[in-house]
Design a protein around this ligand. Structure first.
Ligand code: HOZ
Length: 427
């Protein structure tokens, strides 16, 4: 028995499924999660001393690679001053200024502790601002695990086949309407049915919790136009795309304006953070300025702020990081597409910026239904082949592959060589 297996067996006795977040459990692909002890740059090491080139990157925030020296130093320095105060700090103000100075349509921002909390609070704010109750989300998009958003959701619930989750009262989801990603007509129909009742449309600008599905040309702008026409708040859930596609996230990358934006872990460079922000008149509805209540003792935690501010400052000051990362990613995913096209295994490769996904289907993947055509058992075989060869991918089909600025062309060439072994049938 390996140390990872031993620890997982112990964990299973005291933690549901042995993990603190479902997709980590290897449930859909079989096998035992590797218990990670440390990570540096692009590599993670497990309890048995195996190292892996990592493409999870803590699900996105490790854009500069693991344990970046400047981020680490900032955290250590902050720790020396105290771990949590539960009071206002300079770091929070600096973080808010950095975001509001840089991100289009974000004039005020509130820190929270996770993407789930950010989305939940943004929805409440949009409802408080508009005085309307209904929201539109897209099938297969995942916006965290708050009750109202667990409706035909992506990520772990899609993998587990429980997109609506037990334990969510009908009353919590009765105002959540579902539309089809990349299908404006499905959104328009809902607007026509409920012209005065919809508070917000929330969308992952690049859907990255049903694999990776880029928006079709005109889809995001179409949402913008519909929201403007019906007086509805357009929320970009940028938990994955924010500060990743580029410093200004999907708004800058696609040139489409949102009314509100939500962020997650990337704001804290991997520390537990989330944030929601938007136009001043909307955000001023949030307590104590306004009547929409939302609070949190650990919100704006000084260690998390120090880590996040350091990473975001580096990214802001060195825009070439994005240029190089996106160029390298384009080359890498392009090479994977070539491999896939030469393979006998039916494969569809989707990518946008540094995000990518390999689906085991011959069908073009543009939405929830087409994503579900992927042969998840084949993904499991592919995952384990890569893991055996020292490459740690997301342990579930419907998650993204995260490239970081630390992945060198040499790392990626090594990965492609291993992939060639799999797709070329040399296994
Ligand atoms: N739902 C997350 C990815 N979309 C996974 C979270 C985790 O397991 O840490």
């Amino acid at each position: 028995m390996t140390k990872s297996e031993e620890l997982f067996a112990r964990g299973c006795k005291v933690i549901p499924g042995g993990v603190n977040s479902p997709v980590r459990a290897f449930g859909s692909i079989g096998g035992t999660p590797r218990m990670i002890t440390s990570a540096e740059g692009t590599h993670m090491t497990d309890e048995d001393g195996n190292t892996y080139i990592d493409f999870i990157g803590s699900w996105g925030p490790m854009l500069l690679g693991h344990n970046h020296p400047a981020v680490k130093e900032a955290v250590i320095k902050a720790c020396e001053k105290g771990l949590s105060f539960g009071t206002a700090t300079k770091l929070e103000v600096e973080m808010a200024e950095l975001i509001c100075d840089s991100i289009p349509n974000v004039e005020m921002v509130r820190m929270v502790n996770s993407g789930t909390e950010a989305v939940m609070s943004a929805i409440r704010t949009a409802r408080g601002y508009t005085g309307r109750d209904k929201i539109i989300k897209f099938m297969g998009c995942y916006h965290g695990h708050s009750d109202a958003l667990l409706v035909q959701a992506g990520s772990g619930v899609m993998t587990a086949g429980i997109p609506d989750s037990a334990g969510v009262p009908k009353s919590c989801t009765q105002d959540t309407l579902s539309a089809v990603y990349n299908d404006l007509a499905s959104v328009e129909k809902l607007f026509e049915a409920f012209p005065q009742e919809i508070a917000a449309v929330i969308v992952e600008p690049v859907a990255a919790n049903m694999g990776v599905i880029p928006p079709k040309k005109g889809f995001l702008q179409g949402l913008r136009d519909l929201c403007t026409k019906y007086g509805v708040i357009l929320i970009f859930d940028e938990v994955i795309t924010g500060f990743r596609l580029g410093f200004t996230g999907a708004q800058g990358y696609f040139g489409v304006d949102a009314d509100m934006v939500t962020y997650g872990k990337i704001i804290g460079a991997g520390m537990p953070v989330g944030a929601y922000g938007g136009r001043r008149e909307i955000m001023e509805r949030v307590a104590p300025s306004g009547p929409v209540y939302q609070a949190g003792t650990l919100s704006g935690n000084p260690i998390a702020m120090a880590a996040g501010l350091t990473q975001l400052t580096i990214l802001k000051e060195q825009p070439e990081i994005y240029k190089e990362l996106n160029e390298r990613a384009e080359w890498f995913y392009g090479e994977i597409k070539k491999l896939a096209s030469e393979s006998e295994i039916p494969v569809t490769v989707n990518a946008e910026g540094s995000l990518g996904c390999i689906y085991f289907t011959g069908t073009e993947v543009t939405d929830y239904e087409t994503a579900k055509t992927s042969d998840t058992a084949a993904y499991g075989r592919y995952f384990h082949y890569m893991l055996e060869h020292g490459i740690h991918l997301a342990p579930a089909q419907f998650e993204a592959m995260f490239l970081s600025a630390a992945h060198t062309k040499e790392d990626l060439a090594e990965v492609l060589e291993v992939m060639r072994g799999f797709f070329g049938g040399k296994r």
